[in-house]
Write a protein that binds this ligand. Structure first.
Ligand code: NAD
Length: 253
């Protein structure tokens, strides 16, 4: 299936590893020129090498989405090197786990900066040009916690559902300008983050048993959904929070 996005410019934050890198690869495979940004220079350099295999133009910008000036800088540098951003994949590391009485106000601050305002600032930075050019895609990467409160993950529950609210609002406000805004909610996906949180293979094996399809997901299974949402074949999909979780969520919605 040709997704019709060959030659588009995609910016993927948190793009040096895991789901972000997989999304960047899926978009590059479709012919997008891709800018990836993340915090760690070595991982970012490795990601560039992997992405160059697809033969499109690749650029990387070192940036931390928690830094209030990062979004504008990354978007401007992408424009200078590749052209205006057509597709934004707003992604970063998740907030730390914890129940309400276990997380301090400093951790709330970080989670809101990284997982809510980081996304808001990126959307602010890309939207004017997307609207004036009459085409754009914003895809946020959040979590199942955008739909249902997960135990012991109060920071995720709060910030992810807030992002889902932003996505809903934006989708209604900018759809007429040709900009579609959607949210992807991964379930358990085999990335460094999941392995770090799980601790060992036995925990991962038990975690896999909880998923209706009987396994943990692969990062490229999320990346391909991102590419589909970015593509012309998804041109009437706007404002959704799409679960990619092997059927784990019980919420009917
Ligand atoms: P990961 O840790 O494997 O990769 C995260 C990427 O984001 C890396 O490139 C890292 O360098 C970058 N990053 C982290 N913090 C950043 C920051 N402040 N600024 C810029 N870049 C930053 O994580 P992942 O598993 O790919 O998860 C990606 C997102 O998906 C996270 O928000 C995570 O909470 C969410 N998610 C993941 C899973 C899962 O099972 N893997 C499940 C649900 C939700």
């Amino acid at each position: 299936m040709d997704l019709g996005i060959s030659g588009k410019v995609a910016l993927v934050t948190g793009g040096s590893a895991g789901i972000g890198l997989a999304a960047a690869k899926s978009l590059a495979r479709e012919g997008c020129n891709v800018c990836v940004s993340a915090r760690e220079p070595e991982k970012l350099a490795d990601a560039v090498v992997e992405l160059q295999e697809f033969g499109t133009v690749v650029h990387a910008v070192l940036a931390d989405v928690e830094d209030p000036s990062a979004a504008r800088r990354v978007v401007e540098e992408t424009r200078d090197v590749l052209g205006p951003v057509d597709i934004l994949v707003a992604n970063a590391g998740g907030p730390p786990p914890g129940r309400f009485d276990e997380v301090g106000l400093a951790e709330w601050d970080v989670a809101v900066q990284r997982n809510l305002l980081g996304t808001v600032r990126l959307a602010h930075a890309v939207l004017p040009e997307m609207r004036s050019r009459g085409w754009g895609r914003i895809i946020t990467i959040t979590s199942r916690s955008a739909r249902e409160a997960l135990d012991g993950l109060v920071l995720s529950n709060a910030t992810r559902s807030a992002v889902a609210g932003v996505v809903r609002s934006l989708a209604r406000e900018v759809g007429r300008d040709g900009v579609l805004v959607n949210n992807v909610l991964p379930g358990p996906i085999d990335t460094e983050r999941l392995r770090r949180v799980a601790g060992d293979d036995e925990v991962l094996r038990r975690r896999a048993e909880e998923v209706p399809v009987g396994r943990i997901g692969r990062a490229e299974e999320v990346g391909d959904v991102v590419a589909f949402l970015a593509g012309e074949r998804a041109s009437f999909v706007n404002g959704v929070s799409l679960l990619v979780d092997g059927g784990e969520s019980r919420v009917i919605a």
